[in-house]
Design a binder for this molecule. Structure first.
Ligand SMILES: [Zn+2]
Length: 117
């Protein structure tokens, strides 16, 4: 599938999506866009730059989800290896598996973008 066709299909089947604060165009926040623009996004329609500020609510949800997901692996790996360091690394890894998709999903569905220029 060529890139143009695949992005138009994504566009058609993904409401809601992240909304450009400049022109209100909705664009799905794909993994490619998520990782290629950690400091801000460029609207494909009006080419304005915007980002999603980290709000207290957004941070709290991610922190709680990360703690909930990472606590048990940390304890289990700590017990199994007798190393808190390795346990914390394992816990962080599992927490990131939850935090990254959740962060992307929240930006895509709920976060309000702020124009950067
Ligand atoms: Zn725009």
């Amino acid at each position: 599938m060529d890139k143009t066709l695949s992005s138009s299909i994504n566009f058609a089947y993904s409401a809601p999506a992240m909304t450009c604060p400049g022109c209100q165009a909705q664009t799905p926040l794909t993994w490619e866009r998520y990782f290629s623009s950690p400091l801000g996004h460029t609207c494909p329609k009006c080419e304005k730059h915007f980002k999603f500020p980290l709000t207290a609510r957004h941070f709290s949800v991610l922190a709680l989800a990360g703690l909930a997901a990472g606590a048990l692996p940390t304890i289990l790996v700590d017990l199994a290896t007798q190393s808190l360091g390795i346990g914390l690394i394992a816990g962080w890894f599992v927490a990131l598996l939850v935090i990254l998709p959740l962060d992307r999903w929240m930006d895509d569905h709920y976060s309000e973008g702020k124009l950067l220029d």
